[in-house]
Design a protein around this ligand. Sequence first.
Ligand SMILES: [Zn+2]
Length: 137
Amino acid sequence: MPCRTCGGKGFFFWDENIIAECGDCDNMETRIVRFQAYQDQAVLTAMYEDDFYPIASLMIEAGELADLFVKPLLRGDPIPDPEGFRGRIISEAGDVLWNLAVLLDDNGISLEEVANYNIHKLERRLKNGTILGNGDR
Ligand SMILES: [Zn+2]
């Protein structure tokens, strides 16, 4: 992903690969760079033949994740086993992440690009005081 200021490609990282400085224009920006390894591994396990599979599965898995929270809320049930609940959240969130990763890959988009686009949008909203709104992109 090129520098957002000058389009340069050489970045130097100042911390744990989060804040980087462009070697061409000294622009400092947040850069998320650790998603690629996950996406590369996720794609290796993608065995579906129907292009529709990841978006359908993403919706199902997002529903299963939501279900963990919504069903107890609707029924008023206490969450019986916090450690087991945590494990179920991790499992369902992982399924959401896998489907998102392969869906993006099918469309030539990296998780890294999405993460950076999103964090820059949120940083801009925070800076502009519009973090609670949805008026900008
Ligand atoms: Zn630059």
